[in-house]
Design a protein around this ligand. Structure first.
Ligand code: ATP
Ligand code: MG
Length: 581
């Protein structure tokens, strides 16, 4: 990876909206960021007040908050005022059904307007919102509802019948199930209740430290954790939406994250609405032609997506975007996995600007390290810590932590706790939570390095890093080199035990259409990797697969590939999605 390659900020299509990075660092404080919120009478805080009610007070109720595109292509628009009334109705429904402040309200829905109404209505009522992936099977749903003590669930009739009905008897805390369509015994039809509910509701004033959200981690490395976030987190959502996504009130914004994942809440609901943008929500699954058309016809200004989707667009080929124009598109960002330099450069060619990678976790609640909106982009780097965030690269031993300051030293990526959206707990797992902190740092579990310009480079999750013949090999570097080859659509590498080298690198490759999994191609790829990486780091073995095992949030599950190679148990695979040999 060429750490000196730079896409200069003046070549990025953007007008000055933010202070430059250095000025922002020098002037930022969390207390000032806290004070710019609207607040409720008496200084109380509620995320939903900042996201919805505030805009009515400011006289902006007429503005479109949400433009929903159904699978059929039909569009429905909701103004801030309409969302205010609908979320008021939902909060009234919860209260009328005996659901109280602090109760846990879950959603199991695809990208439906009801999801947004439920999330914000739940917060208005002072309840805790917990989204689940609609693709989950009954067991992962049950496990997550048990951990969080779910009191209410909002879902569709078909999801209920297929996934919840059979486990309902084992969930004694689950008192209410609201269906957005259809009927089933022991449930209520939401529209019936909403129709008769008042559209006036006084949002419940909350203390900043009151619990607002429960998010489960992706389960990439093992059993998912139930992460607790509080209302104060909205301070960070607001600020990072501006710094890392360049969001402005005049923007049309499209976040493609699944609503069952933290990105779907922090940046798919809260940050954009607090800033006051118009959000695009597409109900349909990923489809390259549809995506290009949405970017163009909806006039998307800011687009937040993920490496897996970008790689799929690349796989669909350069002809696909031809004929489309994206004059409105000002800022593109990516999260969830390392973004290969190849993808950043490709974005620059197709859209006239690079994707801005940013790094964070369910635990951090918001973006921590980012290619700040007015900064030069180094393809392959996650960027720099946002204002208000202190990051470090640590050498962690069983007894000690030590900060590594020399450039390009590899160590654990750590953060100094204290930003508002930081998790407050792993629900019911105090020991697991406490293990994340050492010597005044929060340990992320990821390995990274920092270059002499202060840019951070992702190396791999600490569990995925490979030690071979005295080299520490980050899977990301090897995968990025293989991805440069025109035949490669996706790739994952793992380390396998080897008597002489300690570990050797094995790569799993999914090919682009038109390429055949033949020995000649395998040799070509091995040769390419050796040339790019040197023989010590290049894979010793390459196997072809249809696709790679991924979590529902689009993260490659390297641990699963490794466990299978070693004949070990597969562990928790509740979030496993694509996985074809
Ligand atoms: P689990 O903690 O259950 O194993 P997970 O870590 O995948 O799952 P998330 O909180 O959804 O759950 O994902 C956060 C992780 O995703 C980060 O720790 C990092 O490994 C990876 N990640 C996110 N963004 C980036 C990025 N821009 N570059 C590299 N890795 C990233
Ligand atoms: Mg994690």
């Amino acid at each position: 990876m060429d750490k000196n390659k730079i896409i200069k900020s003046e070549n990025i299509r953007r007008s000055a909206n933010l202070p430059d990075y250095e000025t922002a660092l020098a002037t930022f404080s969390w207390s000032a960021a806290h004070d710019v919120l609207d607040f409720m009478p008496g200084g109380a805080l509620n995320i939903a007040h900042e996201a919805i009610d505030k805009h009515l007070i400011l006289g902006q109720g007429e503005k479109i908050a949400l433009r929903w595109i159904a699978k059929t292509g039909e569009r429905t628009e909701f103004t801030y005022e309409e969302l205010a009334h609908l979320t008021n109705k939902f909060a009234n429904v919860l209260q009328a059904q005996g659901i109280k402040k602090g109760d846990r309200v879950y959603s199991l829905l695809g990208r439906k307007p009801e999801l947004f109404i439920a999330a914000l209505g739940t917060l208005k009522a002072g309840c805790v919102f917990c989204p689940l992936f609609s693709a989950f099977g009954p067991e992962p749903i049950k496990a997550r509802m048990e951990i969080g003590g779910a009191n209410a669930l909002i879902t569709s009739a078909s999801l209920y019948r297929r996934k919840v009905k059979g486990i309902r008897a084992e969930l004694p805390s689950l008192r209410n199930v609201f269906l957005i369509d259809g009927e089933a015994e022991g449930t209520n039809l939401l529209t019936d209740l909403m129709d008769t509910a008042s559209d006036e509701f006084s949002t419940v004033p909350m203390k900043p430290e009151d619990m607002a959200l429960l998010h489960f981690t992706s389960g990439t490395t093992g059993r998912p954790k139930g992460v607790v976030h509080v209302h104060e987190a909205v301070v960070a959502h607001h600020v990072t939406g501006r710094f890392a996504l360049d969001l402005r009130p005049t923007d049309t914004y499209w976040c493609t994250a699944d609503p069952g994942w933290v990105t779907g809440t922090s940046y798919g609901i809260i940050a954009p609405l607090v800033i006051g943008v118009t959000m695009i929500v597409d109900e349909a699954d990923f489809d390259p032609a549809r995506w290009y058309s949405i970017l163009e016809t909806e006039g998307v200004n800011v687009w937040y997506t993920a490496p897996t989707a970008i790689r799929m667009l690349m796989k669909a080929g350069r002809d696909m975007p031809t004929g489309h124009e994206f004059p409105h598109l000002r800022f593109m960002a990516s999260v969830g996995e390392p973004l290969n330099p190849e993808a950043v450069v490709w974005g620059n060619e197709v859209f006239g600007q690079p994707f801005h990678d940013n790094w964070w976790q369910t635990e951090t609640g918001g973006i921590m390290i980012a290619n700040y909106a007015s900064m030069d982009v180094k393809p392959g780097s996650m960027g720099k810590p946002l204002p208000g965030i202190t990051a470090g690269i640590l050498n962690v031993t069983p007894t000690d932590v030590q900060e590594l300051t020399e450039p390009l030293a590899i160590g654990e990526l750590a953060l100094r706790p204290g930003w508002p959206s930081m998790m407050r707990a792993y629900l019911h797992e105090e020991a697991r939570y406490n293990k994340c902190f050492r010597g005044g740092w929060y340990l992320s579990g990821d390995l990274a390095m920092r270059d002499s310009d202060g840019y951070y480079w992702f190396v791999g999750r600490s569990d995925d890093v490979i030690k071979s013949a005295g080299h520490l090999i980050g899977p990301f570097e090897v995968e990025s080199a293989l991805l440069e080859h025109p035949a490669v659509a996706e790739v994952a590498v793992v380390g396998l035990p080897d008597e002489t080298a300690g570990e050797i690198v094995k790569a799993y490759v999914a090919l682009k259409p038109g390429y055949q999994a033949k020995d000649g191609l395998r040799l070509d790829l091995l040769g390419h990797a050796r040339k790019r990486l040197g023989p010590a780091v290049a894979p010793k073995e390459i196997v072809f697969r249809k696709n790679l095992p991924k979590t529902r949030s689009g993260k490659i599950m390297r641990r699963l590939l490794k466990a299978r190679e070693l004949g070990l148990p597969e562990g928790d695979i509740s979030t496993l999605e694509s996985d074809e040999q």
